[in-house]
Design a protein around this ligand. Sequence first.
Ligand SMILES: Nc1ncnc2c1ncn2[C@@H]1O[C@H](COP(=O)(O)OP(=O)(O)OP(=O)(O)O)[C@@H](O)[C@H]1O
Length: 871
Amino acid sequence: MAGRVSRHFDAATDAYRSARAQVAAVRSLLQDQDSERGVTAAGHEVAVRGLVAELKATAALITPGWLGVDVRKLTTPLPELGAHTPGEGPLPLHVGICWVTDDDWFPVVLPLLGEGGGHLTIDAGLRTRAAASLVRAVLTRLLGAVPQQFLDVRLVDGATAGGAFTGFRPLIASGGLAPPVIDTAGLAGVLDEAEEHVQHAQAMAAAGRLEEVPFLVLCGQLPDCRGEYARIQALAHAGPASRLHLVLAGWPAEESRPVLDHAYTVAVDGQYARIADPAGRPAVIRPRRGMQVRVSLDDDPNPEAVGELCRLLSADAKAAATFTFADLTGDTLWAGSSARGLSTVVGREKHTEVELSFDDVTPHWMIAGRSGSGKTVFLLDVLYGLTARYSPTELALYLLDFKEGVSFTEFTPTPIDPSWIPHARAVGVESDREYGIAVLQELVAEMGRRSVAMKRLGVTTLPALRAADPRTPWPRVVAVVDEFHVLLSGPSRQAAVAVALLEDLARKGRSYGIHLVLASQTISGVDALLGKKDAIFGQFPLRVALAGATGVLDPGNTAAGDLTVGQAVINDAAGAIGRDRIVRFPDSHASPTAVAELRQKLWSMRADGNRPPHVFSGFAEQHITTALPDVPTGGPRRRLLVGRAVDVTSSLAGPLLDATPGRHLAVVGASPVGADVLHAATTALAHQHPPGSVRFLLAPLVGPSEDPAAELAAALDQAGHTTKRLTIADLPRALADLAAETARDTYLVLFGTDAASTQLGTRDPDTRRTPLDDLRTVLAAGPARGVHVLGWWRGAKRLAEDLGGSAGRDLIACLLALNIGADGLASLTGDVMGDWQPRPNRGLLLDRHDHTSQLIVPFVRPGRHEQEGAW
Ligand SMILES: Nc1ncnc2c1ncn2[C@@H]1O[C@H](COP(=O)(O)OP(=O)(O)OP(=O)(O)O)[C@@H](O)[C@H]1O
């Protein structure tokens, strides 16, 4: 249909042009003939009239509405706005009337916008009424005729400091039109923009998508621009094919001034003007042997009509700018299939919704923006858009946040709202590097599972795997890593592991439907650190730059320079200049009700068995009470539970106890958390033993252990366990008893063992043994009899001495390091512990028998973090 209309239109335009040429020819002929041929001339006049009538009719046909209306007489109601969506041919515009005789005229119509169209230059400047009126008339026609999303106008006024466009001020004030540029500096910016526009249009044309590019029109009079002639000439040359057009007053045909390609020129001559076709095109109207074809240029549009036009366009622009959270989520929930990729609307570019995808072309995204630029909001917009479109069998999310924020907590259940986003598998808040690495390892493992399944079924792509194995859900996985540079800035070994995992995922993820979104306040720092820019960053063709972003676009690409919060540059060519789209995205914080409703709806749609995401909350307290339900009772081997691992599922951490010599626990560090860990570990042991089957000897030897030990004793008593409280004075006797071969099934819990060093070192005059000798005997021989020691030493040195130096290292196989440094830890293990950095709410659990080390969040008693000196 569009093609037929366009062909019809082109035919009419051609007819107009050829009729216009004929009139000029006949008119010229008449001038040439001598008076004796007057009778014949009269005959010709009739022919001219016929042609003029034909011209008028054709012009009316090709310039309906705003394109041809008499703007001086424009009144309300105005012609239909935006009725002329640019098609294949150029858009013809009425610019004046041409007098054939004193009585006969026909409209002058120039093909301006679009391929085959051109520019318009007027030799007189904006301080000349005729020129200013024509520029305003052309501008009014364009604003009225072309839908706003297809028109970008940049006003320039180097002649009257913007005064020439006063009538359009309401539209400027509403943001529907940029304020006029009035000086050379401003012009440089506009030319930059125009060049970027041309490059973008050329890229889109190459991709067969030129029709999506709006027209950019530079309209007015340039300020002093002698230094920019070459750029202007180049722009004029590239113009029509790249949807760039110039409407310039004050561009006289002087030798010193370049002739612009594709430009129709208007020479103002008193009351009339002469118009010439662009150089190189067959001239239609031109002076010939003294003939003057008089053209009256369009007069100023009716100011009231311009005011009304501005009012209507402002209202439209405002409506277009109001893009809310509800516009992100589409109409039907979970209607999408992710077989070939995931897509979601992220915002709006002028009137056009912008959709981004995770697919073979843009498998991974990289996002940057300074703090406060709206990065979190943008990420949430993307995530809500995706979770609304795709069901959890189509999409799974892993969300990691390395900053002290709460970006993704709204995807997890909270005490106030138990709902969650059913797509979320794991959510990390204030994540550790170790947690990040664990998540990346999990994703690499998922790639491995998919690879095995593909090989088994003889397929090579995710869509083929889904088709071959329809019973297994193979969702696409999107992993978001906010502030990802933290991952790469740790100890070099960890950074190297993180880089290797990211590289693996970035390179192979697309084939397995695993997509990464890396976000950061700055990417510049990261690539210096990585030195692997091409290897990793090259895998992230889609770049999103928010306000203040650095490093995510090409070094010369300044598109993000003027962004405000709520705007983003989207670039799908790894940041290349000219491939930028500026979108507005909505602030979900401004629509809490809509967000809550969506979340509730998605939650209520979850399948049976959908579990809440694993949440790793970096600095949250971990309590043994939440772990007990997962601890089996009555098994052959008991487990010492000391905390939760920093891994994807926050699995329980703690060594198994068996009869092997050395199966004991030493918690080391001055932090009172040491007492809490013993409290938790003993609670868990009591949970695993039937009451009465073992004894618990509790020895609170330092002040901070009084409360934990008292609480523990009360709880064990209440559960029916056999407990005994020991003081420092009781300790030598108790150790001697436990060292005896008859001692059975006992846990000795020493809170602050170092406080008893004097007593432990005092030799018995009769036996010649010290309690420390007995302790070492218990450590070596106790496990075979079911006797285990759980001790807290506040310093590594004391523990090392109690064990008898390096020779006694194996007496306690399980160590939990709290706030002791790598050197202290090395003195206990004999190994270099370069990667260990003590930090609040973390411990390093070592098992010398298994040769394992694991970062954990130690169990504490509720409220520990609020107490002073918790660390
Ligand atoms: N599209 C938007 N329109 C208007 N305001 C917005 C928009 N997006 C975000 N904001 C506002 O900007 C502020 C910062 O947003 P956000 O928390 O997303 O920034 P951020 O870049 O993640 O910052 P930080 O890294 O410091 O957390 C918030 O107050 C938010 O409401």
